[in-house]
Design a protein around this ligand. Structure first.
Ligand code: GLV
Ligand code: MN
Ligand code: MN
Length: 416
């Protein structure tokens, strides 16, 4: 067995710090996809990829791909990566760690004089986080032909279509009616990510080997009533859209709690709400909200919302309010490949790092990569499980451990 590779913990940490500085200054840490700030982050990353000896390209979906050539060009490449976009006022490590650890793995391999048989791609997927266009994992979906024409037509509040936004990011949206890559185009894909939960921290374990990733369904819900004077309209004459919307939100929460009581994993959240006219003395006329439902059980996921919607629609009719819902996206649960899980566990073991096999409640680009290639993910702990907030925090050692296991796993996968 060849000796383990060393990774440069200090260099990885500095790069994480440096990319974090490319943030909207008034709302750290914010680097929303499709913005100028995001393009700045990508320009920085592209330079780092070149410095590490990689060639770079943007694919038609707007994914930034760095490639380190392997010694056997006939082999399908190995790939790793994640995303450098953030939620508004998000963290410094969600997604970013996976991309920069891939970069550090490449540098470490180069410095150790190790040439892999397979070419190695480090991919920064376009817009993993839910975007202003109402869809997430844009680059990874598009790579496998799962960004539908309807999604390409979604508009952000300013009226720009996703189709045009992808072009603005350097992609070729006309090409996205077909998958950009076919199954078998990659030898394997592996994504390192922070856990975004508390399991590893509470057990004091440095590494999680992901067994499966939740499926996510998102719905756009519009509740329509009538705006009237809040002082003069008696209660029984009101058509209050917000009152009906809040009833539905409460029902969603209660039903999700009920269904999650057993062994099933199911969560449901309304995290986005727009009320109009949104005035303290006007009855709300319209509420638009996004519901997301997550589960690792496909039947639970698909069966959750339709009956609740049905019941809410019938109930709202009595108050002269209507409720309409459209599906924004319907991702199914994904199983990680056994062979990749085994290689991650073996790599962690070879480095003396204890690992726990665990599911992922967060969505990831790996879901779509699993349609192309044997796919796996590994987690490192993050402080108090906090994520999607500025408090998101990891230590230099945790980052280095994850990167080390990632690099070792890539070497093992390369040996085949
Ligand atoms: C990814 O950030 C998710 O929302 O799970
Ligand atoms: Mn995220
Ligand atoms: Mn992420």
């Amino acid at each position: 067995m060849p000796s383990p590779l060393t990774v440069n913990a200090e260099r990885l940490w500095q790069q994480l710090e440096e990319l974090a500085q490319i943030t909207d200054p008034d709302a750290p840490w914010t680097r929303r996809a499709f913005t100028q700030r995001y393009l700045e982050g990508r320009a920085w990353l592209r330079e780092r990829m070149h410095e590490a000896g990689m060639t770079t390209r943007l694919d038609d979906a707007g994914n930034l791909i760095g490639t380190l050539p392997g010694s056997e060009p006939a082999l399908a490449p190995l790939a790793t990566g994640s995303h450098i976009d953030t939620v508004p006022s998000g963290g410094r490590y969600d997604g970013v760690l996976g991309v920069l650890a891939g970069l550090e793995a490449v540098r470490s391999l180069q410095e150790a004089g190790i040439r892999l048989r397979h070419s190695l791609e480090v991919i920064d997927f376009l817009s993993e986080e839910p975007s202003e266009y109402g869809v997430s994992c844009i680059g990874s979906r598009a790579m496998v032909g799962k960004l539908s024409p309807a999604m390409l037509d979604f508009e952000e509040p300013g009226g720009e279509r996703l189709f045009d936004a992808i072009r603005r990011m350097g992609g070729v949206p006309e090409a996205l009616s077909q998958p950009l890559r076919q199954p078998g185009a990659l030898a394997a894909f592996i994504e390192l990510h922070i856990e975004q939960g508390r399991v590893l921290e509470s057990r004091q374990l440095p590494i999680g080997v992901v067994s499966d990733i939740v499926g996510i369904h998102r719905y756009d819900i519009v509740v329509s009533g009538q705006a009237d004077h809040a002082g003069t309209t008696p209660m029984e004459l009101r058509r209050d859209a917000l009152a009906e919307a809040s009833g539905l939100i409460k029902t969603v929460q209660q039903e999700a709690r009920r269904q999650a009581e057993g062994s099933a994993y199911l969560v449901a959240t309304v995290g986005r709400l727009t009320v109009s006219p949104n005035a303290s003395n006007a009855i709300p006329e319209r509420v638009e909200m996004v519901l997301e439902v997550r589960s690792n059980d496909a039947a639970l996921l698909e069966g959750f919302f339709p009956p609740l919607l049905d019941a809410a629609q019938r109930q709202a009719e009595d108050t002269g309010v209507s409720i309409a819902a459209t599906s924004l996206s319907e991702g199914l649960p994904t199983q990680c490949a056994d062979e990749v899980q085994a290689q991650i566990a073996a790599a962690a073991d070879s480095l003396g790092l204890s690992a726990l096999t665990m599911p992922s409640g967060a969505g990831h680009d790996a879901v779509y990569m699993a349609m192309l290639a044997p796919t796996g993910m590994l987690f490192v702990p993050c402080l108090d499980g906090r994520s999607h907030c500025p408090q998101e925090s990891i230590t230099r050692q945790q980052a280095a451990d994850g990167c080390h296991v990632l690099a070792e796993t890539l070497r093992r996968l390369d040996r085949g």
